[in-house]
Design a protein around this ligand. Sequence first.
Ligand code: SF4
Length: 342
Amino acid sequence: MNFLFSSVIPVKGYNRSILYDLHRENYEFIPNNLFISFRRNETLYQITTINKEYLDFLATKDYILKIDKSEIQLFPQLNLNWDYPAIISTSIIYFESFNLKTLTILSSLLVKNIGVIISNFDLRKLKYINDIIQVENIKKTTIQSFNILILNKNQSDESFEDGLKQNPYIKKITYSNLTINDYKNSVNIILSNPNLRLFSEAQSHNIYFNRKLFIDDKGNFSNSLNGNIVFGNVKKISANNLKKVIYSTKFQINWFVQKDLIDVCKQCEFRYMCFDNRIPIKRNEKEWFMESDCHYNPYIAKWKGEEGYKTLTECGIQSNKEGFKINRKKLNTINKELWGDD
Ligand code: SF4
């Protein structure tokens, strides 16, 4: 009998599906009529009636495990329980608040990853960051990696960047020509390569907000970059009080709003690999919605800017505090025009 390997997990979207290959950290789009031929059988997905073309595709990708049904218990289900050995995994800090004192307080939370945002580029700022991120300073902390985001600038500065690349702690330098306000307020969707850690986390958490701490230019800290709630100031708070705030339900409000609970995202095939900075709005105990559209419309499988793209409203989809509705007749007509009868 044919099964999918336990690390290959089919995820259904409205218009198409994805096979998440968690072991090889990759993915493949598949049509929904292939998705329906996978049936959960104890611990693995069994491949039921399927045409030769699809079977060959799965075999070429090395997704198929051929075993006797009696052997199925030899292949346990993937453990998707998620936890992390620190209350905060990543802290995003404005350059103005980036100093050893901030890194020390973050280290008391066992933070491992730091993102630094420079809103107005100046070579001296990069030099300052590089001077702080030196082995003799960082080895006293729990921090292992730094990513730098430079705004208001769309080109790298190779003269200095080469120097930064020698620093083993600096993992990535990204440039954007957005201003800080545009960056904070724009819809920012990043799809990462799927992997077991993120996939497990995304089953029960919002992976953009979960275990993140944001610190602005004045040292004020919050649970999101674009949120308006200030929870305190890292310059004035003790490590113990900072911990208390982070453990509060109010601070963690978005952490457990996984994509499976949010309108539109819950029908999107990317939902377990997607970092999305929009703040979910609670409609009731079980439902959340977003106030702005994502750049991807899962109902027609089109990205903004792609030929044939339409907004959710243009597709007959309504998602707001009153509720969620799909005009299926309208959506079917659009999909038929875009994709034909399949
Ligand atoms: S609709 Fe957009 S934000 Fe939601 S899961 Fe899909 S790609 Fe991510």
